[in-house]
Design a protein around this ligand. Structure first.
Ligand code: NAG
Ligand code: NAG
Ligand code: NAG
Length: 573
């Protein structure tokens, strides 16, 4: 075969152009691969990541707004002390306290979720007596023993994140040595290692995507408990959403840094790899279709959004680029993916309300979609997005992202501002002004119609669950823009929580943020309050409120990256 012979060595030896042809072929293939890989313009342009020491916080504070507002910060600190001591006196060791009845409750495997999750808030506020008690407890817990299935997502963000953050805070010198000893610091790290190793089977799947649950007694991954994952529970394999798969990389990176053991970074990177390097076609670039089959990696649903179940995947795409060491070759890719996702969010999911009878409606809300359905509903959880986008706008120097973020923040604030309690609902809906012809929700009941007429949105779930996302975004807005108004908004929110949520044994959730008239409820608040206080109330809501009023040098965004549960990790490069 003459064609074949042309590639023989002797032919190359005789023809001086042969090696060049080979070289040219290699170059063409290489260029093809590079162009293919980076064919997304955003990915190509964004190959630089912020350098350590990059200034994220406002550099020019005016009117002293970067100094502590001692009085307000103290009021929030008092709320934390109240929360802590009611739990300490009535439910110590339980996962949480029921704030109305004062009874302990354990739904997070009984390892004292409150204690581990709230400890970093105690550190930042300098509540050393309380911290001493918490550390004493957390180093005696047996994190390998539990009667229930373990949720690797919740366990990673609340427990593992809380533990490794404490070690980081100790190593950075934020915790005085006479409060926590070196031995106690090492014991906390050992607890983190024990817990992370016990969670290991979560990552034992063909794709690396995590199991929804782990059975510690058998060291095996497990499916969702029956009845939990509604429409996909009949699917042949377990499925996960992006937040579950993509919110362990920060915590595990820190653990790898602290221990030198690469396994934690490796497993958590593989866990989100099928989302970050997907082979499946997507409707909008950067936006993940979910849920996803953990065995095949294939999306079995077509849900896309930045709301519950997807949120912290996008948050961690950004934050890993701030946290991880520069020798991680994937950082430019993560940055590109985040930027694409943020652009898609702005283009396809952000909308104004069509009804603006009494206000100018400069603000935006965030919708979702499910296959071809446009779901004109936003949850309180999605109010994390303004903070994350502001952080990105500063870190990546993208001003337009910052304007988008502030319009979203105005939207969240508007929900707080529109209710009689001055606290926003758990979820709300609106009629989009333009671009979306067939939104699935419209106001039906007289109450919905009236809310819509008066405020341009109506609540679809009127509860307040003690959630932090709105005040979290206010914290970012204050630290990044330096504008005093965000402190005012945070104070409004805090005063409303003081007034309406403070219960005999902590801070309760609200049944209806629209119904808080005196006399509407019985004297003990029954019906008005939901007898629940999740650990994120102390881990995040009070922490972000306090940080908004504290000196801006405390836990500066130039040096710390906050996990999705509000635990600060050191940026080390
Ligand atoms: C600073 O305070 C003065 C007086 O209270 C006010 O007029 C001005 O707008 C403030 N500047 C900023 C940037 O907040
Ligand atoms: C890492 O993942 C493997 C599966 O690939 C699993 O067997 C192991 O337990 C995991 N280890 C940790 C520490 O996560
Ligand atoms: C405060 C305010 O401006 N309220 C107005 C809202 O709009 C209705 C009619 O659209 C007016 O009657 C209110 O006075």
């Amino acid at each position: 075969m003459p064609g074949f012979r042309r590639w023989s060595r002797s032919k190359f030896d005789r023809n001086p152009n042969g090696p060049f042809k080979l070289l040219a072929a290699v170059l063409v293939i290489t260029f093809y691969l590079i162009i293919n890989e980076f064919s997304d313009p955003t990915v190509r342009l964004s190959s630089t990541i912020p350098k350590y020491g990059a200034k994220i916080q406002c550099a020019h504070w005016t009117n002293g707004s970067g100094r502590a507002d001692e009085e307000k910060a103290d009021k929030v600190r008092e709320a934390m002390k109240y929360t802590f001591w009611k739990y300490r006196e009535n439910a110590w060791g339980s996962d949480d306290i029921l704030p109305v009845s004062g009874v302990g409750s354990s739904s997070r495997n009984g390892w004292g979720a409150f204690i581990v999750d709230s400890a970093t808030t105690l550190v930042l506020m300098g509540l050393w007596d309380e911290l001493t008690l918490s550390v004493e407890h957390m180093i005696t817990v047996d994190f390998t023993k539990t009667d229930e299935l373990v949720d690797p997502f919740e366990t990673t963000i609340r427990y593992l994140g809380g533990l490794v953050s404490l070690v980081d805070l100790y190593d950075a010198g934020v915790i005085p040595r006479n409060v926590v000893s070196k031995e106690a610091r090492d014991a906390i790290l050992q607890q983190a290692i024990t817990l992370a190793n016990a969670l290991g089977p979560a990552y034992d799947t063909p794709t690396g995507l995590p199991w929804p649950r782990v059975d510690f007694s058998q060291s095996k991954g497990a499916a969702d408990p029956p009845g939990e994952s509604s429409q996909y529970s009949k699917h042949k394999n377990p499925v996960v959403g992006p937040a579950r798969a993509g919110s362990s990389i920060l915590e595990n990176r820190v653990l790898t840094r602290l221990t030198g053991d690469p396994i934690y970074a490796r497993n958590s990177t593989l866990a989100w790899a099928p989302l970050v390097w997907t082979k499946w076609l997507r409707k909008y670039s950067g936006t993940v279709d979910a849920p996803i089959d953990i065995v095949t990696g294939e999306p079995v649903g077509r849900q896309r959004h930045w709301d519950a179940g997807h949120d912290s995947f996008y948050e961690y795409l950004l934050k890993i680029t701030l946290l991880a060491p520069p020798f991680d070759p994937h950082l430019p890719w993560y940055k590109g993916k985040f930027s694409l996702a943020a652009d898609s969010l702005r283009e396809h999911y952000a909308s104004r309300s069509a009804s603006a009878p009494n206000h100018t409606m400069q603000h935006l809300f965030l919708a979702r979609d499910d296959d071809n359905w446009f779901i004109n509903e936003q949850g309180h959880l999605a109010c994390f997005a303004p903070g994350t986008l502001l952080l990105a706008s500063k870190a990546y120097d993208q001003e337009s992202l910052g304007l988008f973020a502030l319009a979203l923040l105005e939207g969240c604030r508007h929900t707080y501002d529109s209710t009689p309690s001055r606290i926003g609902p758990e979820a709300w809906s609106w009629t989009p002004k333009y671009g979306y012809d067939y939104p699935i929700y419209s106001p039906d009941t007289p109450r919905e119609k009236s809310e819509w007429r008066n405020h341009g949105f109506w609540s679809t779930d009127p509860r307040y669950k003690g959630r932090p996302e709105y005040v979290e975004s206010l914290f970012y807005a204050h630290r990044i823009t330096g504008e005093a108004r965000f402190r005012e908004w945070a104070w409004d929110a805090f005063m409303a929580m003081e007034q309406h949520c403070k219960a005999p044994y902590g801070y309760a959730q609200l049944a209806d943020v629209y119904s808080v008239e005196p006399g509407q409820w019985s004297g003990d608040g029954e019906g008005r309050w939901i007898d629940m206080q999740e650990s994120f109330w102390a881990a995040e809501t009070l922490k972000y409120l306090w940080l908004t009023f504290s000196d801006a040098n405390i836990a500066s965004l130039d040096r710390w990256v906050f996990s999705t549960e509000g635990h600060p990790f050191r940026m080390i490069r």
